[in-house]
Design a binder for this molecule. Structure first.
Ligand code: ACO
Length: 324
């Protein structure tokens, strides 16, 4: 038996930063409205030379450095994204080529904002099985290219970016009650909620990319319950509770959803990692970007118990409990 141990995490943001005030020059909104409703103060937007695969590859290089691993060590690349450079090939194979990896397997996974949690859970199952040894798990998005920049109800909420994690299979030490690595993961989906959060285009329908559409209030109403569902499932599966967590690293969609979820679950505010104020909602990239911040500034340390969770379009939702 193997465990999937986290060796390193890193993020990469586009070079262009856009403040709320800058948005307010172009559309009918205000810094005050955006901050009060969402906590967001700024976001990063990909420039003409930046795409999901270039951001993903840059994050992957930094994560390999943090993990002290070389591209040749990687035999599994999973990229969670809803905004690939092209319909195909996958972003993952472009990352593979960009890093000079010629062995192993690379593929994309699409679960919108829950994508990174789904990708961690998927990589964990590959590594536990013994079929693969070392995985690059990436969340990378350029949601700016799906937004209708005339629609103030959605365009202020999102940003671009990428985050990557290196997971490696380790022999599970039989005597340890709670070993390092991914301890449990819980994934869910329910396709009945399609119309609450979707993109109105695609290759098989409009033959175009389309724009993001969201019933913000409806999404908000469902979000906290879904988060509660999967986080409680992780607690129950492991006999742990909110007080056992060192860090809670939620998907960064909205400050109010994060705060309401933590309160409902009894997780102390000082254990909650939030980056939504700086990055806005970067969909599948938000959790690895937040993990990278909290590892980079020394908050998350080896041995710490970290809960990640997300919900997104589909709906999809999921959690993973990780001993760092
Ligand atoms: N600037 C100024 N005013 C605005 C803006 C804006 N950018 N956007 C909307 N408004 C106005 C609306 O027109 C409305 O005006 P009205 O009352 O005159 O009709 C008013 O503000 C209130 O609009 P609501 O939509 O009711 O505002 P609400 O308090 O619900 O906040 C928000 C909107 C922030 C979108 C909230 O519903 C939310 O966060 N929902 C969850 C969305 C989310 O997190 N989605 C992502 C999760 S899944 C994923 O990550 C893909």
């Amino acid at each position: 038996p193997f465990n999937s141990v986290v060796l390193g995490v890193a993020g990469h943001l586009p070079s262009k930063r856009v403040s709320n005030a800058e948005l307010a020059e172009r559309i009918d909104t205000s810094d005050e409205w955006i901050v009060q409703r969402t906590g967001i103060t700024q976001r990063y937007i990909a420039g003409p030379d930046e795409t999901t695969s270039t951001l993903a590859t840059a994050a992957a290089r930094k994560a390999l450095l943090a993990a002290d691993r070389a591209p040749r060590d990687i035999d599994l690349v999973i990229v969670a994204t809803s905004t690939p450079d092209y319909t195909f090939p996958s972003v993952a194979t472009q990352v593979q080529a960009g890093l000079g990896i010629v062995d192993g397997v690379a593929f994309d996974l699409q679960a919108v904002c829950s994508g990174f949690v789904f990708a961690v859970a998927t990589a964990d199952k590959f590594l536990r099985s013994g079929s693969h040894r070392c995985a690059l798990v990436i969340g990378a998005e350029t949601f700016s290219r799906l937004l209708n920049w005339e629609d103030r109800t959605t365009c202020v909420l999102f940003g671009d970016g990428a985050g990557a994690m290196v997971l490696e299979a380790r022999e599970a030490a039989a005597e340890t009650e709670m070993p390092r690595g991914v301890i449990t993961s819980h994934l869910r989906s329910d396709g009945r909620h399609r119309d609450k959060l979707y993109v109105d285009g695609g290759p098989s329908t409009t033959q175009s990319t389309g724009h993001l559409r969201m019933e913000g209030r409806d999404v908000f109403r469902h979000a906290v319950g879904m988060v509660e569902d999967v986080v409680k499932a992780a607690f129950e599966a492991t006999g742990t509770g909110p007080d056992d967590l060192d860090w809670f690293v939620p998907h960064q969609a909205n400050r109010r959803i994060i705060d309401a979820s933590a309160t409902k679950l009894g997780i102390a505010p000082e254990k909650v990692v939030t980056t939504v104020q700086l990055h806005a909602n970067t969909s599948a990239a938000s959790i690895p970007l937040a993990l990278a911040e909290a590892c980079g500034d020394g908050r998350i340390k080896p041995g710490h118990l970290v809960m990640i969770e997300a919900m997104g379009g589909g709906f999809t939702w999921g959690s993973a409990l990780i001993r760092w």
